[in-house]
Design a protein around this ligand. Sequence first.
Ligand code: LLP
Length: 874
Amino acid sequence: MSQAAPAAGAETPDWIVLKFGGTSVSRRERWDTIGGLMKRRAGEEGARVLVVVSAVTGVTNALQAVADGHADREGTRTRLEELAELHRRFCSDELGLDPEAVLGQRLAELLALADDPRRAAGDLAWQAEVLAQGELLSSTLGAAYLGSRGFAVGWLDSRDWLQAQPLPNQNDWSKRLSASCAFEGDAALRARFAAAGPALRIAQGFIARAPDGGTAILGRGGSDTSAAYFGALLGARRVEIWTDVPGMFSANPRQVPDARLLARLDYAEAQEIATTGAKVLHPRCIHPCREARVPLWIRDTGRPDMPGTIIDASAATVPGVKAISSRRGIVLVSMETIGMWQQVGFLSDVFQRFKAHGLSVDLIGSSESNVTVSLDPSDNLVSTNVLDALCADLSEVCRVKVIAPCAAITLVGRGMRSLLHKLSDVWAEFGRERVHLISQSSNDLNLTFVVDEDLAEDMLPRLHALLARSGAMPVHEPGVFGPSWRRLGLPAQPRPPSWWRRRRREVLEAAARGTPLYLYHLPTVRERARELMALPAVDRRFYALKANPHPAVLRTLEAEGFGFECVSAGELAHLFAVLPGLAPDRVLFTPSFAPRGEYEAALARGVHVTVDSAYPLRHWPHLFRGRDLVLRVDPGFGQGHHEKVRTGGRAAKFGLAADELGEFLQAARAAGARVVGLHAHIGSGIHDPGHWRAVHARLAGLADGIGTVAFIDVGGGLGVAYDPEADPFDLEAYGRVLAEARAAWPQYALWIEPGRYLVAEAGVLLLSVTQVVAKQGLRRVGADAGMNALLRPALYDAWHEVVNLGRMDEAEGPPADVVGPICETGDVLARGRRLPAGTAEGDVLLVDHAGAYGAVMANRYNLRELPREEVLDD
Ligand code: LLP
């Protein structure tokens, strides 16, 4: 949690400002929470506390109706009476207080507004008085209730401290009902404020003093803004905005349940996120805090112990996308010059016309002969009439086209330009749709894509997942990202502890025999194997032994009934050396660009052989005469946890393109071979079961046209949750999809060939700490192996959990990178991890989920020894 330094000098008392919205002041127990929080801030932090409150839920809307219906005297009186009654009842029934004693005076003032001479004309000053009543009442109720609970709470009138300040472009309405305030505080003001009441104080949000001495209203998001103004005026230690969600999120959690809590933001990022869509915080309230360097916290009243979001200047600037948001109802205006290219004054001519129609332009894209701009409905009254008039005007100087309705999808985060290389998936996703405009903000904080409106909703969850997976959104950055909305929403559903947590002592003993060491837990392999054996739709299962060819793993899976998928003559030789009696029918050979001799050897062994182009048939036809073949097809798309493991689509070297099937079948016939199976494996680390549905449908469609096909192999690729925050692979959904596919084409047997799923969780890599070094503020924990033992983080930016196994119960230290001993800057196993502060030379580090593509991808770079391997078999 932030240890923000007191902002005020020693002579001025130090304030914390807490703001509570309507739902937080509408129930007694919420007021108990408010009291408890005030007490804690005062007691534990020695601060003075100012609470700023909104009106009770629904009251501001009712007051707005009073203001709007001013012409009707009786209606006004009735509505005000109803509001008075609502507050009386809340006072007596909910808070257990005497309404007359607490509210008598205030309710008299409320009711008097019906007889106010300014009412009939709907005078703006009168409307402001009306709207102010909700906060005046709720703050009065709160002060009385907390007083009755033994808190010495002072009530203050915000209008004595917040002065509305007219701005140059404001009309009378906005001067009165959407006012801005001065917020520069000085020592004299702070001293005056401190002397004006006790250390615990309650004030109203939303209201300020108008220059004529009457009331002014701060407009939308007014209570947040009031708290921010008070925070800035008082040079507060911080401002806490208490609301009904746990903070700001990396996307709207209602659209993207995997959206992550944003634990820490700087002011500029928070401003950008609030402006481009997030509703938690009104964008206006950030500016005063930013100017006065007052930290801003967002907290959840229903879950007061959650840390929420902290916005401050000292937020470590981690480049990366922090949030993705969308705004609907965007209108694009495309303007083509009629005259010369780069005509002088063209921009000035067109923007003059926007100004004349009172329209503010948001995004701009330009070329030599075209300028396209967007209009955001939240800043503009974009009615058809206004647009028609604008277009008529613009057509004097250019050819105009209006494109609507559109949605603007914005990626927000610091250092957007330095991230472009990580956004390839995002570009690809947009590449499938029509993008009307792309705009990168000049402050390097956002990148916006404008698409047709109906596309946005579906794209957001996909884009969020792609951003997280590519590392562009650094969700593993501790201190920046918190848990996902989905996790927060669920009653804590702890996953069963990993095997190595239960067997810590033995794991440490194994490490004591020497590191680096891969340790495999065979019961976990068995458990995963049995899950896959239990899927009724699957006819045959082949373990892709490239994931982990350890003999004990192979024997375990053979005993569970698995066959094996091999990619090289080396794997075949190894497999038959470990399992000499294995029937060749249980083996599938799926090579890629292998030399002819390997096909020869595999065919001689009698295993199923896969080809993925016509080359082997055309150039070595005699090898395949009279043979049954499996054909690997590229369905035209790839998927997977990283671009380097996507094996479908034109960019991938694997598989026959479907439109080349005719030629292939001709070559097969000419060679005298028969296609008995179709195969596809288009990527690894896939969590969306729809993927296998699409692959199966594609293959089955082709199989129908071939006629000799008996089975369809949909490959492996099942994902694994490396991150304890992520949801585990949805095996049930996978099984369901396969069952549907099998039922739709009952004539084809269904084969699968998983690798990672069977072994990833069963393996850990154990390392010893070599040195702990801090260089220019960056802490590094060195290990006796790095990318030489586990290549995945360096090659794919893969994330693995790392723990200090001997100090699991010790307190976390500052973030550190876990690095290996290889002379490459990329030799980093994990970034920014909070290992225990006491982590020291000789400690044992455990890298989790290292059982797949771990030891087998280790290398002897720098002539370091390969890691040892051991198994636990019970
Ligand atoms: N079948 C074929 C033809 C394959 O090429 C692969 C993996 C599999 C099955 C098994 O896929 P799995 O179920 O394990 O996802 N080194 C990368 C993964 C490369 C996967 C290569 N092919 C990593 O560490 O993520």
